[in-house]
Structure formats: structure tokens, C-alpha cells
Design a binder for this molecule. Structure first.
Ligand code: AMP
Ligand code: ZN
Length: 112
């Protein structure tokens, strides 16, 4: 299910522009608008849900599927020497877009 007012659902529907680097029936990966590293991608499930804490069996399967795809997508996009995955959960983590997403950061040596 997509959400009318969600910026990532709009990207998935092609209603607002993005630089997509990968897409299939379950997920999309596009460049972060304000990159925090040389390579900064966002991996997003096509099914809209807000938080990691809202995982159920079906969503967990999609998340596992995404984790399986990410190594290849990261390598193909310049993360040849490692990368970092981040999921921000809620306000204390500074989550700003409430459609679950995995940050893929790399392309350089990352500060802790
Ligand atoms: P988070 O803090 O985990 O919710 O991260 C949301 C991320 O989405 C931030 O890194 C933003 O720069 C990024 N972002 C917000 N809007 C867009 C957009 N239209 N296209 C690409 N990235 C976006
Ligand atoms: Zn959404």
C-alpha cells in the first residue's frame, strides 16, 4: 500500500523526481538529496510502513530481501571498499521521512 502524502511513495510512483539506481517489484534505491557521504543511497521497500518497530512477518521478508540485494547495489555504485547501513527509528534518531528506509553510506572512509 502506498501513502498519498509520503515523499518516498511519491518517488516510487514517479510523481517527484529522483535519481534511481535500482528498482524491482519489492524495492527501489535512489540517491539521497542531501548526501552525507560520497555515496549516499536510500533503499526503500515499495510497501509503505513507517518504522522498524512496525515489522511483521511479510515486511521482515522484504527487509531480508533488501539486505540480500544491497551488497551488489552498493558495489555497483562506488562502495567498493565497504559501506555503512543505517535505519533511523523515530525522533531521537532524527528520522524525518516516515517510510522505512535503509541509508547506504560509503565511497570513502566514514567517520564514526
Ligand atoms: P531519515 O532522517 O532517516 O528519515 O532520512 C531521510 C533522508 O531522506 C534524508 O537523508 C534526506 O536527505 C532524504 N530525502 C528527503 N527527501 C528526499 C528526496 N525527495 N529525494 C531524495 N532523498 C530525500
Ligand atoms: Zn511511503
Amino acid at each position: 500500500m502506498l501513502n498519498e502524502n509520503c515523499v518516498f511513495c511519491k518517488i516510487i510512483r514517479g510523481e517527484i523526481p529522483s535519481t534511481k539506481v535500482y528498482e524491482d517489484d519489492k524495492m527501489v534505491v535512489f540517491k539521497d538529496l542531501e548526501p552525507k557521504a560520497k555515496v549516499h543511497l536510500l533503499a526503500v521497500p515499495k510497501d509503505h510502513f513507517k518504522l522498524l518497530s512496525e515489522l511483521n512477518e511479510e515486511r521482515a521478508e522484504v527487509l531480508a530481501y533488501m539486505l540480500g540485494k544491497i551488497p551488489r547495489i552498493a558495489a555497483d555504485n562506488g562502495c567498493t571498499n565497504g559501506y555503512r547501513l543505517i535505519i533511523n527509528q523515530g525522533d531521537d534518531a532524527g528520522q524525518t521521512v516516515f517510510h522505512l528506509h535503509i541509508h547506504i553510506l560509503g565511497g570513502e572512509n566514514l567517520p564514526m
